[in-house]
Design a protein around this ligand. Sequence first.
Ligand SMILES: C[S@@+](CC[C@H](N)C(=O)[O-])C[C@H]1O[C@@H](n2cnc3c(N)ncnc32)[C@H](O)[C@@H]1O
Length: 253
Amino acid sequence: MRKVLVVGIGPGHPEQITMQAVNALNRVDVFFVLDKGREKDDLVRLRKDICRRYVRNDSFRIVAVSDPPRDRTPEDYGPVVEAWHEERAALLERGLTEELTEDQCGAFLVWGDPSLYDSTLRVLERLLARGKVAFEYEVIPGVTSVQALAAAHRIVLNGIGEPVHVTTGRRLAQGFPPCADSVVVMLDGGGAFANIDDSAIDIYWGAYLGTEAEILVAGRLQDVAGSIEEIRRDARRRNGWIMDTYLLRRRRS
Ligand SMILES: C[S@@+](CC[C@H](N)C(=O)[O-])C[C@H]1O[C@@H](n2cnc3c(N)ncnc32)[C@H](O)[C@@H]1O
């Protein structure tokens, strides 16, 4: 039966990859790379660099699968993502059937870790449910961008014995969550931190974590929000894309 590996490859640093992941890469016949258009070219290149760096034989193939276009700001988020997952499943079904023989091993290299804001596992479950192509799959964990952020700033995410809330920029735009003082924000295309007006909040911000372009800023949110917005604009203009993650922490007392 076809075998599929879902491998977390960390958030960008070529050495932020586990030995388990390196061993898994060496079992692979075909790497499927989801090509997300011009903006994400650098991320596709980084995945290819990882294969070349760690895979000891040169018999593997890299197959680019063009990701279906998706409306990033829909009114009705759930159904739009649902339809996009279905389209993605159909594309991958074709990829697995046409590019992988019954006894071969394919892999998806997932940015960071597959358990955090990534649709690969959901799409693979959907593929199995459609029942048109049979395969077994295994998940190999990776370092998340959240861990890379904490390490870069040399911080503990939680206050002592306190919870950490992980959320998206879209959610943060509705206000600082009441359930925790430490809030990690991902997928924030619009800089939602800038609308939080609270002098007791600190921010630990990181962009392109683990890569040569890494940028870090930390300080009282009200003092540094403006400069982070400026840095984001410049970096996006320079590189064509930006990926940033940050921790917001409310100070008590
Ligand atoms: C689709 S999610 C993928 C998260 C990933 N699975 C992980 O474990 O980190 C993409 C978001 O992850 C964060 N991210 C991923 N890589 C990053 C990096 N190198 N630097 C900063 N943020 C990153 C950003 O918040 C970005 O919007």
